[in-house]
Write a protein that binds this ligand. Structure first.
Ligand SMILES: [Fe+2]
Length: 237
């Protein structure tokens, strides 16, 4: 069943610079529900260089907070756990990296550095794809227009990946044009709010629905991604 999906969010309490506590998390989820969201990928940041205990320590922390959130009966039931994995040198060889995929899918959300594009970044993404059969979702491509030239964008687009756009891109003429140009090219894409809190980065899926003509299929195509890359066996989490 196709569900309106937020593919990128920081709603797990106390794990990263997103939701600070349970109350905030439940409030964010309530707002997302009001905006029509039926399924959320919860994707707290993972920075390999900040995790001395490696992936297993991070997963213990993340999963404990995730299950406590689910135990509070949040307004949206279908919350998949994943991570927003910072692309660092050697990330594709990190032990257990495949466990950071969005539960029930072979999708993994990857965040490019906020720096000029370099070929090693694409190589890390390609290695992940080849080694683990993981389909990378490149996070908020709309946020890199100030770092990347046309050629860099072309290089990123040539990667076998799904490209995620933040809802905020629809609020500004330039980024909206950038996103719609790429969508018209026929790329594989999905939308997310990347919400971090209830103030300056609050849930804003309505930035898309306010502008999107009903029936154009733009949101529906985004919503099909999780089903397209669903694992056939039961999710681990
Ligand atoms: Fe994010």
């Amino acid at each position: 069943m196709q569900l309106v999906t937020d593919h990128h969010s920081h709603i797990i309490p106390g794990i990263d610079d997103g939701s600070r506590n349970m109350e905030m998390s439940l409030g964010m989820i309530k707002q997302l529900k009001r905006q029509g969201i039926e399924r959320i990928a919860a994707t707290p940041h993972f920075y390999s260089h900040r995790e001395p205990g490696g992936i297993s320590a991070y997963l213990d922390r993340r999963n404990e907070a995730y299950y406590s959130l689910l135990a509070q009966a949040p307004a949206i039931k279908d919350i998949r756990i994943g991570s927003e994995v910072a692309i660092e040198k050697g990330i594709s060889e990190l032990d257990g990296i495949e466990q950071l995929a969005i539960s029930g899918t072979n999708l993994i959300l990857m965040e490019l550095p906020y720096a000029p594009y370099a070929d090693w970044m694409g190589e890390e993404i390609y290695n992940l794809y080849c080694t683990y059969d993981l389909m990378p979702i490149i996070a908020h491509l709309d946020r890199y227009t100030e770092w990347y030239g046309k050629n860099d964008i072309e290089k990123v687009l040539s990667l076998d990946a799904v490209f995620q756009f933040n809802a905020e891109a629809f609020d500004h003429f330039e980024t909206r044009r950038f996103v719609s140009k790429l969508i018209k090219k026929g790329i594989s894409y999905c939308f997310g709010t990347d919400t971090h809190n209830l103030s300056d980065r609050k849930p804003n899926f309505d930035s898309i629905t306010r502008r999107e003509k009903p029936g154009s299929g733009l949101i529906e195509k985004s919503d099909s991604i999780m089903d397209e890359f669903a694992l056939s066996e039961k999710p681990l989490f």
